[in-house]
Design a protein around this ligand. Structure first.
Ligand code: SF4
Length: 556
């Protein structure tokens, strides 16, 4: 059980008798027992007993010192898997502050920490060879923070990259204004636009627009985090953390489907794992495969919830000089060979609610259609396909599909990309978070918009939205594992880093007194010991991500 005691309204202690250090407030009440420390990393202000964690499980009281329990994740390019070790920071001691004018650091025994001690402590994964500094990047994952950011970010790291002095400001942002945009590659009907999306009965988001072959969901957001009941906020935060940490989440959509979604995995819709993303709408599929069908079929209908395509009426069939088949379709004719609303949305053929494709054929023009006419009906993924021949009464009779036609249907399937869930974190970082970077926050915003500052989340490239503020969007699959946390306010905790030239940092009012070089940071951690991580975790960097220190921002 966590310690989480609200004490607002109790009498203050006499603050004049207590030492004041930047970064740790005096206890709010004399009733706070002596073995507790107050966590000041978020407005909940947990009072934590020795050996216990606060309400978010991210901060703990270790022998009277508030620590961030997870290691800060440091990326290194070309890191071998066996080197991805946990390394304690050297020289962290109780109550020690590493402010610019702090006393020299001491070890746990109270002895001053020497360079040799430091080297010994970090040798397993870092031998002090700063020639490789260009290959190291300190991320915000596990770095700690405060909300609001009334003190400089915990890590403000300088390094030299291609002979240029760079600096990276590293923190864990606490985001109330944030959401996840989930792209689900599927033809199945998931729910009507604007329908509520629920988890454990609570509304955590809504269905938004369908995109080509995909359905979009918006999950989380300040409205659900803080605008409803406590339970709604708590479950919304849980769903967001799990999605961000690439875990599976079960959701239901009002009037729609039951879903299991997980970043980078195929969605499970009503208990069935989706396999393929459609090759295109019915009209697109007709266009793509028209030439291959010519001569093998007299008519092809590609059934689709959006646009059902009819080959001989379609421009593709006309260009191939295919004679009209006389088929009469249900639905609303859009343009030649393209029909809207042939059926309702569903989980049947082509994302419609039909199991029998013939149900969307109204009839045949007796003056045009003829017995023996060969008709293929297929869905946009090729998962459903049937072959018919018209009898003397112009009724389609299902027959065995010819091998050549089957091969084209299989090619439709082969051209479909695997169905995936893609999870994008979208957060507004324009609030107090900037104060951890600069004393003049608007200059940070402007510098980002001028492409002077790269923004990354856990080292992953963040797309910066146009317009005011710092609104960033990042693919969680590119971020380190377990990048996201929550606090009970409720809000999401996510890593964010700002990298720029040291000269630009100075020009935008950066906290220059707190800039520490990479070697020092790797040796001893954050500039303060009040809620800081006590170790670092090496992780492989780069890969699909551009290296943060040599890349500009992805500006919208
Ligand atoms: S960050 Fe966590 S431990 Fe600290 S006050 Fe907030 S909820 Fe409590």
């Amino acid at each position: 059980m966590t310690e989480h005691t609200k004490t607002d309204g109790l009498p203050d202690v006499d603050s004049s008798t207590l030492p004041q250090a930047f970064g740790h407030a005096r206890p709010r009440t004399e009733r706070m027992s002596g073995d507790k420390v107050e966590c000041n990393a978020c407005p909940v202000l947990c009072q934590i007993s020795d050996g216990r964690c606060g309400a978010c499980d991210r901060y703990a009281n270790h022998g009277g010192v508030l620590v961030r329990v997870d290691p800060v994740v440091v990326l290194r390019r070309a890191l071998a898997q066996e080197d991805a070790s946990l390394v304690p920071f050297a020289g962290r001691s109780r109550g020690e502050l590493a402010a610019p004018d702090a006393e020299p650091r001491t070890g746990t025994s109270g002895e001053p920490v020497t360079d040799a001690d430091v080297d010994d402590a970090v040798t397993p994964a870092w031998n002090g060879d700063l020639l490789r500094a260009e290959d190291v990047f300190v991320t915000g994952v596990g770095s700690s923070t405060t909300y609001p950011d009334y003190k400089p970010a915990p890590f403000i790291v300088s390094s030299k990259v291609r002979d240029v002095d760079m600096v990276t400001v590293v923190t864990e942002g606490i985001f109330s204004y944030c959401s996840f945009k989930v792209k689900i590659d599927t033809d199945r009907f998931l729910g009507a636009e604007q329908a509520n999306v629920r988890c454990k009965g609570e509304v955590v988001g809504h269905v938004t627009t369908a995109e080509y072959g995909s359905q979009m969901l918006s999950l989380g957001g300040v409205h659900h985090l803080t605008g409803g009941s406590k339970k709604e906020g708590r479950i919304t935060a849980e769903v967001m953390r799990e999605l961000g940490n690439r875990q599976a989440v079960e959701l239901t959509i009002d009037g729609g489907a039951q879903l299991v979604i997980e970043a980078g995995k195929a969605p499970i819709v009503n208990g069935v794992q989706e396999q393929r993303m459609r090759v295109g709408c019915g009209s697109a599929a007709v266009g793509i495969f028209a030439q291959q069908f010519a001569g093998l079929a007299d008519e092809v209908v590609v059934v689709d919830d959006h646009i059902t395509g009819v080959l001989t009426e379609h421009q593709a069939g006309r260009c191939l000089d295919m004679p009209r088949s006389g088929i009469q379709m249900r639905g609303r004719k859009s343009t030649p060979g393209r029909y809207f609303q042939v059926a309702n949305p569903g989980t049947g053929w082509g994302g419609t609610d039909i199991a029998d494709p013939l149900s969307i054929i109204e009839g045949w023009d007796e003056g045009v259609a003829r017995p023996g006419l060969r008709l293929l009906m297929t869905s946009t993924t090729g998962e459903h396909a049937s072959w018919y021949v018209l009898d003397d009464a112009l009724r389609p009779v299902e027959q065995t599909m010819p091998t050549e036609v089957r091969a084209i249907v299989e090619r439709i399937g082969a051209n479909c990309e695997p169905s995936l869930c893609t999870v994008l974190f979208l957060g507004g970082a324009g609030g107090s978070l900037r104060a951890g970077v600069t004393e003049n926050p608007v200059l940070l915003t402007r510098a980002i918009k001028q492409a002077l500052v790269n923004v990354t989340c856990g080292g992953a490239p963040a797309y910066v939205w146009p317009g005011g503020g710092i609104t960033v969007m990042v693919d969680v699959a590119r971020m380190p594992a377990n990048s996201f946390g929550t606090v009970p306010t409720p809000a999401i905790v996510a890593p964010i880093e700002f990298s720029m030239r040291l000269a630009d940092y100075q020009a935008l009012g950066g906290h220059m007194d707190y800039v520490r070089d990479l070697g020092e940071v790797l040796h001893s951690g954050a500039w303060h010991n009040d809620g800081a991580p006590v170790s670092l975790q090496w992780a492989p960097g780069g890969g699909v991500n551009p290296w943060p220190l040599v890349n500009g921002p992805q500006l919208g």
